[in-house]
Design a protein around this ligand. Structure first.
Ligand code: FE
Ligand code: FE
Length: 209
């Protein structure tokens, strides 16, 4: 297999990844409580549809057949996102988790496009480089926007949702179970969990048993 063939394979993988995202992004938008976040997902859905067209232009420029190759990586990321959406979480907490899921997808794309761009550049496919770079910029901008939304308001709102009190009850319960089940070292993790006072840590302590 040549590097050219490998590149075409990677682009087919991306083609499938983007197609999967056009089905996942509407679900993320629907699950979002924050208006700006929902709009960000909707806007990226439109971009993603253009990215698919752009990839078809890439195949054409390379004289290759337009074809998708099953992308298990993105399928896994989307599956995790679907699991997240099934969680019982308050609005802002869910929003924070949706951002976490979406950023995994963006980072996957950023990695894959970066590689394809470099290989295309190496092999002198100028038009392909230009097309893929447009998409890469959109992925990076989406990632940045999600970070901005998380850091400017959503994470704070999630923290304020009052998971605290709720979490403490759970921790005590977890702590009891931990104490019963094991020795000193495990009790340390319980204490750490109580100190942190979040449901996530309590669950982590629980898992450590
Ligand atoms: Fe994309
Ligand atoms: Fe994307």
């Amino acid at each position: 297999m040549t590097l050219h063939e490998m590149m075409v394979d990677e682009i087919r993988d991306l083609y499938h990844a983007e197609k999967q995202l056009t089905k996942a992004l509407p679900k993320l938008a629907k699950a979002a409580t924050n208006d700006d976040l929902r709009e960000a997902f909707e806007m990226h859905l439109e971009e993603t549809q253009e990215q698919i067209t752009r990839l078809e232009e890439v195949f054409e420029a390379l004289g290759e057949k337009v074809k998708a190759k099953p992308c298990a990586g993105m399928a896994g990321i989307i599956e995790e996102g679907n699991d997240t959406m099934k969680e019982d979480a308050d609005g802002a907490v869910m929003d924070a988790a949706l951002i976490a899921a979406a950023q995994r997808a963006e980072h996957y794309e950023i990695g894959a496009y970066g590689t394809c761009i470099e290989w295309a550049r190496l092999m002198g496919h100028t038009e392909v480089v230009a097309l893929l770079e447009q998409t890469l910029e959109e992925e990076k901008a989406t990632d940045k926007k999600l970070t901005m939304l998380a850091e400017s308001e959503i994470n704070q709102a999630a923290l304020a949702e009052g998971g605290h009190e709720d979490g403490e009850e759970e921790e005590e319960e977890t702590g009891r179970r931990v104490a019963k089940a094991s020795g000193a070292r495990k009790q340390t993790s319980r204490r750490q969990a109580s100190k942190g006072g979040t449901r996530g840590r309590a669950k982590a302590a629980d898992r450590r048993r």
